[in-house]
Design a protein around this ligand. Structure first.
Ligand SMILES: Nc1nc2c(c(=O)[nH]1)N[C@H]1C(S)=C(S)[C@@H](COP(=O)(O)O)O[C@H]1N2
Ligand SMILES: [Mo]
Length: 368
């Protein structure tokens, strides 16, 4: 266990080939839950079913004295109370959010961290003030290149004590759909999702969406903090700088059909017509196509997509009619987006297990 404070970061660990999921990974999995896959049936994930990922502890804000500070290279540094933010013009955006480590525990070798299978995803409607309005009110210095967002949570990660903090390029931060959100699905943010305020960057993996936001600092040099330069980099070797993890790669999931076996979670179905359904999303371009395989990725056929809803940052539903025949089957779904990105059938691997969008396979046993 890497529990010591060293001030120098240790590389992330990759499990040995025979190593099972450890107690440390179990402890993380028990805190950070995924979305039960049957919740793929909802357009908006009901409160409490949206996945959560919390690096340290959920902080408890002193709400009467709470302020958001905007500092650094601004014309006028300012603080905002929650009431001040609430009186500014608001916007609501429907966003599918996914953890960059989704799918990690399925990789071989297995990156040791929060051991997600595939359920680190959810869709919510976030309401708040466009970040650009708050920045405009403070006046952005002419040499600013990034905004640095700091959460109120604090802990130690791979030997380094830190606040949860992320930098984001200014042109991303100024996109009109980037929000300082104080509501999720029409209610105040729940504690686990960032109460009282969080950043929402539609299209980006979860790590960019800083919760319990307390400070925004505008800077004129690239931010080199832990969550941007050490964590959330796709690396094949521990000593390479790696590529930053940014937008969500295209992915489809299947709402598992039939009924589950309690321990193996294998799906059991009866023979006959069966409507398969699921959701597909991409943070890069709208999803334009979903293909389904019912023979373990040997052959594919196109599924029907729902009518485009205008919620460009949210998942789309797909359906596919199948005739189940007695025996064992492997179902799979593969999405493609308008930029032509699609999902690999064989795993792409990096040490953190980031942005892995391997096709989703579901084993089904059809009764005689
Ligand atoms: N302050 C803070 N913000 C954070 C995190 C965190 O640990 N602390 N986790 C990040 C990660 S890795 C993810 S995937 C998302 C998860 O958001 P959710 O729990 O609302 O689904 O929050 C991000 N924002
Ligand atoms: Mo994450």
């Amino acid at each position: 266990m890497n529990t010591q404070l060293r001030g120098v970061s240790l590389p992330a660990r990759v499990a040995a080939s025979t190593e099972e999921v450890g107690f440390d990974e179990l402890a993380l999995a028990a805190r950070n839950h995924g979305m039960p896959l049957e919740a793929l049936r909802y357009d908006l994930t009901p409160p409490g079913l949206h996945y959560t990922l919390i690096h340290y502890d959920i902080p408890q804000p002193d709400i009467r004295n709470w302020r958001l500070s905007v500092t650094g290279r601004v014309k006028e540094p300012a603080t905002f109370s929650l009431d001040e933010l609430r009186t500014m013009p608001s916007r609501t955006v429907r966003v599918t959010m996914e953890c960059a480590g989704n799918g990690r525990a399925l990789l071989r070798p297995r990156p040791v961290s929060q051991p997600w299978l595939v359920e680190a995803v959810g869709t919510a409607e976030w309401t708040g003030v466009p970040l650009r309005a708050v920045l405009a009110e403070c006046g952005i210095g002419h040499d600013v290149i990034e905004a640095v967002f700091t959460g109120a949570d604090h802990g130690v990660e791979r030997g380094v004590e830190q606040d949860y903090r992320r930098g984001l390029a200014l042109d991303e931060a100024r996109r009109e759909e980037v929000l300082l959100a104080y509501q999720m699905n029409g209610a105040p943010l729940p504690p686990q999702h960032g109460y009282p305020l969080r950043l929402i960057v539609p299209g980006w993996y979860g790590m960019a969406q800083v919760k319990w936001l307390r400070e925004i600092e505008l800077v004129n040099s690239p931010f080199t903090g832990f969550q941007n330069t050490v964590a959330y980099r796709a690396r094949r070797r521990p000593d390479e700088p790696g590529e930053p993890v940014t937008r969500i790669a295209v992915r489809a999931l299947i709402n598992p059909p039939g009924m589950p076996d309690f321990m193996s979670r294998t799906r059991i179905v009866r023979p006959g017509p069966l409507r398969l359904a699921g959701r597909a999303w991409s943070g890069r371009a709208p999803v334009t196509r979903v293909d389904v395989s019912t023979d373990g990725c040997r052959t594919w056929a196109e599924a029907d997509l729902d009518i485009a809803t205008g919620h460009v940052w949210a998942w789309r539903e797909w359906i596919f009619d199948w005739e189940a025949t007695p025996g064992d089957h492997v179902l799979a779904a593969r999405a493609t987006d308008a930029d032509g990105n699609t999902q690999p059938v064989h795993q792409a691997w990096n040490r953190g297990g980031f942005a892995n969008n391997l096709v989703h396979r579901v084993h089904v046993a059809c009764l005689p």
